[in-house]
Design a binder for this molecule. Structure first.
Ligand code: UT7
Length: 307
């Protein structure tokens, strides 16, 4: 088996739903402003990074239906580990009973892309399936009295399983980038709350995602017209719409769950992708373009072939 395929997928959201109307009661904000400026109507809050990830991966393991002893390992993308050490990935790994390694990757909202690319290389070199999971509990690092972040940030998890297969590789191209000089536009000190210069992040996110996706498409020999589904980090509906406009990708080809989930950082891309998979939006051979950006500033894109 010289190729790779995505053979499992799963997701998890906490039960507690907080609507914009709930936030109106405790913050100087309102439903109309939040919808118009972000596209968010509600978000799910609660749970731990470990518990959300365990539920999402359990679902993915059932879909993949592989021997638990056959796994090469698990990579957790998270900005909000439950402990300083051990890595939260070790606890998720224990809950699932799979074989192999486990480690955390913190690349903020680009973390799922980073993890997918690293995981894909490990599937190739180990010739074993690897679990990738993005899980975040941003509500634990959100100042609920700060309207600029409290309306956006939320909790959730999403997972994919990549396995060796007889098909072609499922990863056709990627771009991973970081610029640590931009630390101050989005950061969270140890034990503190997330601080964000929203306007600056917005501007840079659009530029980075446009450049990164264009690079991946050009290098892989495809065009944007070939993309069946764009799966951007779910940070703000206006960022996704602007990106579609710039890339000339019709809005209906963009996966979006932000209205229901808010911004879940490392979980946002897999949540949007798994939602599209469950709605049967993908068929064998379709090209999927994922792109993410976040604190660091990190950003990255990955081009996938489905099926
Ligand atoms: O996942 C990591 C990446 N993060 C992102 O990508 C976030 C990117 N940034 C954003 O999504 C947007 O910048 C925000 C949603 C954070 C803010 O939207 P904006 O359109 O940039 O609003 P703004 O900060 O320019 O504020 C516009 C107005 C201001 O009032 P004045 O000065 O025009 O009177 C703000 O005081 O809206 C006011 N405002 C609010 N009003 C009601 C700011 N926040 C709120 C709020 N509710 N929550």
């Amino acid at each position: 088996m010289s190729g790779t395929s995505i053979v499992g997928w799963g997701m998890s959201l906490p039960d507690k739903v907080v609507t914009n109307f709930d936030l109106e009661k405790v913050l100087d904000t309102n439903n109309d402003w939040i919808i118009e400026r972000t596209g968010i109507r509600q978000r799910h809050l609660g749970g731990s990074t470990e518990s959300l990830a365990t539920t999402a991966v359990s679902e993915a393991l059932k879909v993949a239906d592989l021997d638990l002893d056959s796994y090469g390992g698990l990579i957790l993308a998270t900005t909000t580990p439950d402990k300083t050490t051990p890595g939260t990935s070790a606890l998720i790994h224990k809950n699932l009973g799979i074989s192999g390694f486990a480690f955390d990757i913190n690349a903020a909202c680009a973390g799922f892309i980073y993890s997918f690319v690293v995981g894909h290389q490990l599937v190739k070199s180990m010739n074993k399936p690897i679990v990738i999971v993005g899980s975040d509990t941003l509500s634990r690092i959100t100042d609920m009295t700060d309207r600029s972040t409290a309306i956006l940030l939320a909790d959730g998890a999403g997972s994919l399983i990549i396995s060796p297969s007889d098909a072609d590789d499922c990863l056709l191209g990627f771009d991973l980038q970081v610029d640590g000089n931009l630390e101050e536009i989005l950061y969270c000190d140890l034990g503190g709350y997330l601080k964000m210069n929203g306007k600056e992040v917005f501007k840079r996110a659009v530029r980075a995602a446009e450049k990164s996706t264009t690079k991946v498409i050009e290098e892989s020999g495809y065009t944007m017209a070939d993309i069946k589904l764009l799966v951007p980090h779910q940070a703000n509906q206006r960022i996704m719409d602007t990106l579609c406009d710039r890339l000339k990708i019709p809005y209906e080809r963009c996966a979006s769950v932000i209205e229901e989930t808010g911004n879940t950082s490392s979980a946002s891309i897999p949540l949007a992708l798994v939602d599209a998979i469950k709605k049967n939006r993908l068929k064998a051979g379709d090209l999927v373009l994922m792109t993410g950006f976040g604190a660091g500033m990190t950003w990255g894109s990955a081009l996938l072939k489905w099926g």
